[in-house]
Design a protein around this ligand. Structure first.
Ligand SMILES: [Zn+2]
Length: 149
């Protein structure tokens, strides 16, 4: 039987250039986004989510560059990648081939069932609340302030 096997391929793990190797210290070139503290203190326990500090996803431990699309993690509300939250939220959700987990807003995902291939019409089968509803997070408030929301 020709069943279109579900496409779970994701463009994950973009392996950029390794971040090892000596790097010449250059005079400020515009945005210094990859400023890394000396690799000496590799212990990241209790990092305060401040504005200029690199924010690390508490699920995959990688840096979050786009905080505006980040969600709050379930453990303590520190930001996590949207994709990581999605993956976690989908964990343990048995999905039919026509079902998917999608973000439905207000800090919640939901198992949705698409009715056609264009994926425009769908029904929400069950909600997966991710962030506590109505909870405010400092790091988010900072972005919202910056975006003028
Ligand atoms: Zn992550």
């Amino acid at each position: 039987m020709a069943d279109g096997n579900k496409e779970t391929r994701r463009r994950f793990g973009r392996r950029g250039r390794g971040r090892s190797g000596p790097k010449a210290v250059e005079p400020a070139t515009g945005i210094a986004s990859d400023a890394e503290p000396s690799g000496e203190q590799g212990d990241v326990s209790g990092i305060a989510p401040k504005d200029q500090v690199a924010v690390v996803c508490s699920i995959c431990q990688k840096q979050i560059f786009d905080l505006s699309s980040a969600l709050a993690g379930r453990d303590g509300g520190t930001p996590v990648h949207f994709d990581c939250a999605l993956a976690k939220a989908s964990e343990g959700e048995p999905l039919e081939p026509s079902e998917r987990v999608a973000y439905v807003g207000r800090g919640a995902f939901a198992v949705v069932e698409y009715r056609d291939k264009s994926m425009t019409a769908f029904t929400i089968k069950r909600r997966i609340q991710w962030e506590k509803e109505g909870e405010k997070f400092d790091w988010r408030r900072n972005i919202q302030k910056r975006l003028g929301l």
